[in-house]
Design a protein around this ligand. Structure first.
Ligand SMILES: NC(=O)c1ccc[n+]([C@@H]2O[C@H](COP(=O)([O-])OP(=O)(O)OC[C@H]3O[C@@H](n4cnc5c(N)ncnc54)[C@H](OP(=O)(O)O)[C@@H]3O)[C@@H](O)[C@H]2O)c1
Length: 254
């Protein structure tokens, strides 16, 4: 059956930034396809709320508070997940932040916070998880980039730099771990309605601009990432590595 290619039953997925927005939506998608979930983010209460929602899909869901800005916190969470589940088959590197300011206004602290979370954090989490995948004989790593990994936008100096960096980090990790049967790919979403972009969503002028700039004429809904994350986590994508899939209603095609 062709659907077997998308079956994640028995797989263990670790998702960072899983308590809200796209991380939560992608966790729901992975759980619907049969995966057990290890949910990571900083706020334990938000994580618990997300876990009870995701558990309604019927697979095992546990929470592991973790701060991707701190290497020690990452290593402790990965060790705890391996102790509880015995393996990690899928890593979704998704935790992210943004500071929208012009290049002249952006402070050094803000630049560091965005780059340390969105780029260094992905490197540290993948570095902590990959040895277990290598021991297991393979795995899938999915990094969240953005349309701004491919095209520019004002007020996004730190964010676009981090997301462009993710496109390149994805290629390097894909090459280094290709012979270990780990496929590393990225997803590049356009504007999706999540807490990260609530201020833009609530600004009528920006909301209209984004609709008009998008060939398909609208924002994405978080559940519209489910298909792509399942595909990249499943056997269906076993010969695809180092790629960025833009889920963007056409934003990056013109
Ligand atoms: N929404 C969009 O339109 C859009 C478009 C393109 C790309 N993306 C990317 O998709 C990813 C998710 O975005 P989103 O819109 O879902 O964001 P969101 O709704 O703001 O959620 C961000 C998640 O990351 C966690 N997080 C933030 N800093 C963290 C840290 N230092 N350590 C661990 N977890 C941390 C947050 O939980 P805690 O605060 O509790 O830690 C939360 O679970 C990001 O990488 C973002 O750049 C989003």
């Amino acid at each position: 059956m062709a659907l077997d290619l998308f079956d994640l039953t028995g797989k263990v997925a670790m998702v960072t930034g899983a308590s809200k927005g796209l991380g939560k939506a992608m966790s729901v998608g992975l759980a619907k396809a049969g995966a057990d979930l290890a949910l990571c983010a900083r706020n334990p209460g938000d994580l618990r709320n997300a876990a009870s929602e995701i558990a309604t899909c019927g697979t095992r869901v546990e929470t592991f508070p973790m701060d991707v800005l701190r290497g020690q916190s990452i290593r402790e969470a990965v060790d705890a997940i391996l102790a509880r589940f015995g393996r990690i088959d899928i890593l979704v590197n998704n935790a992210g932040v943004n500071v929208r300011k012009t290049t002249l206004e952006l402070s050094e602290e803000e630049w560091d916070r965005v780059l340390d979370t969105n780029l260094k954090g992905y490197f540290l989490v993948a570095q902590a998880v990959a040895p277990a995948m290598i021991r297991q004989g393979g795995g899938k790593i999915i990094n969240l980039s953005s349309i701004f990994g491919a095209v520019g936008m004002n007020n996004q100096a730190a964010y676009a730099s981090s997301k462009g960096g993710i496109v390149q980090l994805t290629k390097v990790m894909a090459i280094e771990w290709a012979r270990s049967n780990i496929q590393v790919n990225a997803i590049g979403p356009t504007y999706f309605e999540t807490p990260l972009v609530a201020t833009l969503r609530n600004d009528p002028e920006r909301f209209r601009f984004i609709n008009e700039r998008t060939p398909m004429g609208r924002w994405g809904q978080p559940e519209e990432l489910e298909g792509t994350v399942i595909f990249l986590a499943a056997r269906a994508s076993d010969f695809i590595t180092g790629q960025t899939v833009y889920v963007d209603g056409g934003w990056t095609i013109w």
